[in-house]
Design a protein around this ligand. Sequence first.
Ligand code: ZN
Length: 312
Amino acid sequence: MKSPAVHGIHHITAFAGDPKRNLDFYTRVLGLRLVKKSVNQDAPDVYHFFFADAHGTPGTDLTFFPFNHMSKQKDGWGLVREVSFAVPTGSLAWWETHLKESGLEVQAGITRFDEAVITFRDPDGLRLSLTETTAPREVVLWDRSTVPAEHQLRGFHTVRLGLHTPAPTVALLTQIMGFRGVADDNGWTRYESGAGGSGTYVELAAFPDEPQGRWGVGGVHHVAWRLTDAEEEMALQRVLAQAGLSPTGKIDRFWFESVYFREPNGIVFELATDGPGFHRDEDMDHLGEELILPPWLEPKRAEIEAALPSIG
Ligand code: ZN
């Protein structure tokens, strides 16, 4: 059976510590829009924040579960190593100054795959980078961002996975999920999916001498890949099941439909549909202003609100 190819990064979900600090950093320093303020659907005493472009366009959305009392990530293989956002060519100097003024340590002057990069960490230690690119992107700039339009993040550029043994992950990416090899750079191999280019990349490197990593604050929980609709998603799900990857069935996340599985080095992948989108239950002008619960949690609203930490 020919499996449908994924179309790039849909969203990435990570663990944060203090929810207020997380909210502050991604909206005020990185200038993203909080497009949805919700709860972890499997643990509704924890927030789920969705930071994205103005419309929550697939490919722009970094989401967080802020756990106040979770331990830090233990680095090692089997984890996402870094999340990179695209920025317009010529804007890294502005970002370097802005991030340093915000109290961050920034490594500048890096070149990867012939692209200019700066790296830094968010307040919880999550490794981030910004990559300059002129590639056209599906993104809606936000007129109320703290960051001027010409410098605003354009969505994800790439995601770096630290593996023990790349071969089986490469086989999954290229033989089942439709990725193609692009280039090697300094120990990392880049693959692209769908139409290719910025936002469709994944980069792999081997770290067999490190211990296996463990999830925690400052780390990524999963990477979600774009599928056009549930039909395409479930066609890929069936191929993953035949390949022995034990994907879940289709899970209704209300703003999109999801399937989860672990790639062979243990990193959690999700398949997510492009729609229905974040405006399904809020007006586009007012995304993220209220605590939104999916309909099946709405009857428990009072209880859920009482258990959430204060972010005021
Ligand atoms: Zn997800």
